[in-house]
Structures are given as structure tokens and as C-alpha cells.
Write a protein that binds this ligand. Structure first.
Ligand SMILES: O=C(O)CCC(=O)C(=O)O
Ligand SMILES: [Fe+2]
Length: 370
């Protein structure tokens, strides 16, 4: 815990904020012009957070995350096209852990509608939304502000709702009507795209195309709708603290506002909004099973005067569901020169460890190193 956070009663302020059940949007709706202390980022002098500074170290760089065109992938008459795409996916996953895809098969209309649906959810009547505010993972829809509110050292300028797609989908009738139909449609499309990406990633690892799907990397899918309200003092806080994702793979849709950055060669690099594109990133569990070939990269979202910013993050992961299956570095990838770097874990144990830790700027994966 850092100095600024110890000279006030953070715990009770966090609790009071949670009990409003109105999230960050509630503060903005109330017209606040100064953000409460629980949202203040620690001072930059703190080494641990040094890389978490939006102003001092995010300079324009010559780097830009790769944009990969998936057009022509399924043309049976063009196996070289597939090889080319697999090579690009592999290269991006090894060096960036992040890439954007275009011509991925999800129609632009669906992308627009899901963003509208997520915004519609957060703009529901406050009383209606309060009924859904919960931290109970067994609820079909989990809406709250900061999943790690009680464990993270700082609170983010963000509200989120989550629903399950696989293996136990939230029943459509349990989804808020404002985004029900589009969530069902988008989920189906993301599942299909995810399975395709796992094929490409398997091939990029030199495995048979079905390998990652066969070991159930696409068994679990949860969708998060994020809402980053306009912030009156964006330099004091963060939309999402730096973290790496605790899943196998994430497919992210962001709107036109921007603010997502990835850590590349020690610098924060913007992930610019590209119309019609989806952002794909490797999660910790895929880094673990690929024995560090693919990288799960730290990323963050800056707060902004402009808002709300909407994003939709689809996580391939079974989360806290009971699991006995152990994941460790894939045997086919190991050799004398490439011994396993991680111990085996269940998805549930990994996710539980990640959640307990909260987004504190450190990697949960390091705790599983051999
Ligand atoms: O909102 C974004 O652009 C990123 C969200 C994110 O990193 C996450 O949900 O893990
Ligand atoms: Fe993330």
C-alpha cells in the first residue's frame, strides 16, 4: 500500500462507494468535478507503478501493433494465403501478444449493435440497474464497478457487466432486454471466430489445427461490457490499471475513443481504434501452455475527458467453474533445449489467484514459474 492511500480510510470509502450500487457513472451523473481519492493513482515516484504513468512515458513511438487481414483464409484454392496469415498471427503473438484483425467475418452492423447494446445497459434507469449490481459470481449477469474493488490498491474509472456464453450460457431471458438479442448474436459470432483463431494459433505453434480447441481452450467464454464514463480529472486516475488477461485469448471490440495501450519494449504503445477491426490478445494461460512462445502482454486503459468509452471484451476461459483438468506447457513443444517453464494448474486455481491479487500491476503468471 502506498503513502497516499494510507492517510485516509480507504476501506470505508470503497465500501461506501460500493453500497451506492451506482458505479462510476453514478458519480458522473451526480455532477462531481473532483474525483474521490479512492480513484487516485499512486504517485509516479513509486517504482512499482512507474510504468503506469499516462503522461510521462507514453510518447508517440514508431511502433504500431500489427493489423492482420483475414480475407481469403477459407479459400480452399489458396493454401499459401492461410500459411501467410498463420505466419503473421504467430509473429504478432510472439513479439506483441496483441494484434488487430480485419475481414474477420463479424459484420460491421453487429459490431455497432453490440456497442449500442452495452451503452444501453449502462444507460438503463438507475433503479433498474441497481437490482443487477452484484459481486456474486453465480448470478447470470454480474454488473458492478471494479471486480477487484476490495483487493486492488486503486479503483479504476470504469463500470462493467459480465455474462456467460459457454459452457453454461446465461439464459436469454436473464439478459437485460436492452442488449439481449445482440448479446446472443454477438456471442455466437465471437465463439466461431475464437475457434478459428485457436486453429491459426495451433498452426503457428506447429501443432495440428485442432490442438488448442481439442484441449478445450475455447470451452469457456465470458463477455464483459465495459463503460468508461467521461472523467473530470483523467490524469489522476486510470480506466483500467495495467494488467495481463487471465484467460487463453481475448477478443476485444473498442469504440472510436481510444485509450487502450500495450507495453512494448518498455514503452506504452497506443492501440488505435480501427473501424471494423477487433483487437486480439494472448492471455496468461496461453503463454503458460505455449511455454512462453506466445506472450501475454501488460495493457491498460487511460481515463479521458471524453466519454463514455465503450468496449466489449470476450474472454476465452472457464473462470471460476469447477475444473480438474491441468494445464501446463504443451508436451509437443518441449525438448531438452526447451524444458517446461511453468508448473501445471487448473484454470480455476489460476483465475482465483489472479482475482485475489487484483490489478496491482504485477503478473500473476510469475507465481506459476518453475
Ligand atoms: O477496455 C479495453 O479496451 C480493455 C479492457 C481489458 O483490458 C480487459 O477487459 O481485460
Ligand atoms: Fe485486459
Amino acid at each position: 500500500m502506498v503513502a497516499t492511500n494510507t492517510n485516509y480510510d480507504r476501506k470505508s470509502e470503497v465500501k461506501a462507494f460500493d453500497e451506492t450500487k451506482e458505479g462510476v457513472k453514478g458519480l458522473v451523473d451526480a455532477g462531481i468535478t473532483e474525483i474521490p481519492r479512492i480513484f487516485h493513482r499512486p504517485p509516479e515516484s513509486d517504482d512499482h507503478y512507474h510504468i503506469n504513468s499516462p503522461s510521462s512515458d507514453s510518447e508517440p513511438t514508431r511502433f504500431s501493433i500489427p493489423v492482420i487481414d483475414l480475407q481469403g483464409l477459407d479459400r480452399l484454392d489458396s493454401p499459401t494465403k492461410r500459411k501467410e496469415i498463420v505466419a503473421k498471427v504467430g509473429e504478432a503473438s510472439e513479439t506483441w501478444g496483441f494484434f488487430q484483425i480485419v475481414n474477420h467475418g463479424i459484420p460491421v452492423g453487429v459490431l455497432e449493435e453490440i456497442k449500442d447494446g452495452v451503452r444501453g445497459f449502462f444507460e438503463l434507469d438507475t433503479q433498474v440497474k441497481k437490482e443487477l449490481y452484484t459481486r456474486d459470481p453465480f448470478k447470470p449477469v454480474i454488473y458492478n464497478s471494479n471486480f477487484d474493488l476490495y483487493s486492488a490498491p486503486v479503483t479504476n474509472w470504469r463500470d462493467t457487466f459480465m455474462c456467460y456464453v459457454a459452457p453454461n450460457p446465461t439464459k436469454p431471458e436473464d439478459l437485460p432486454q436492452v442488449c439481449r438479442d445482440i448479446l446472443v448474436e454477438y456471442s455466437m459470432q465471437v465463439m466461431k471466430l475464437g475457434r478459428l483463431l485457436f486453429e491459426l494459433l495451433s498452426e503457428a505453434l506447429g501443432l495440428k489445427p485442432s490442438h488448442l480447441n481439442d484441449i478445450d481452450c475455447s470451452e469457456g467464454l465470458v463477455i464483459l461490457g465495459h463503460y468508461y464514463p467521461a472523467c473530470p480529472q483523467p490524469e489522476l486516475t486510470m480506466g483500467t490499471s495495467n494488467h495481463a488477461d487471465n484467460d487463453f485469448l481475448t477478443i476485444l471490440l473498442q469504440d472510436h475513443i481510444g485509450g487502450l495501450q500495450v507495453l512494448h519494449q518498455g514503452k506504452w504503445v497506443d492501440v488505435p481504434p480501427v473501424p471494423g477491426a477487433l483487437v486480439v490478445n494472448i492471455g496468461d494461460l496461453l503463454q503458460l501452455i505455449s511455454n512462453d512462445k506466445f506472450k501475454s502482454i501488460q495493457h491498460r486503459v487511460l481515463a479521458n475527458y471524453v466519454g463514455p468509452r465503450i468496449s466489449v471484451a470476450s474472454f476465452f476461459c472457464t473462470g471460476m467453474l469447477p475444473s480438474t483438468k491441468l494445464y501446463g506447457p504443451i508436451k509437443e513443444l518441449l525438448s531438452e533445449d526447451n524444458p517446461p517453464k511453468y508448473r501445471e494448474t487448473t484454470v480455476r486455481d489460476y483465475v482465483a489467484h489472479f482475482n485475489d491479487k487484483g490489478l496491482d500491476g504485477t503478473s500473476a503468471l510469475m507465481d506459476f514459474k518453475l
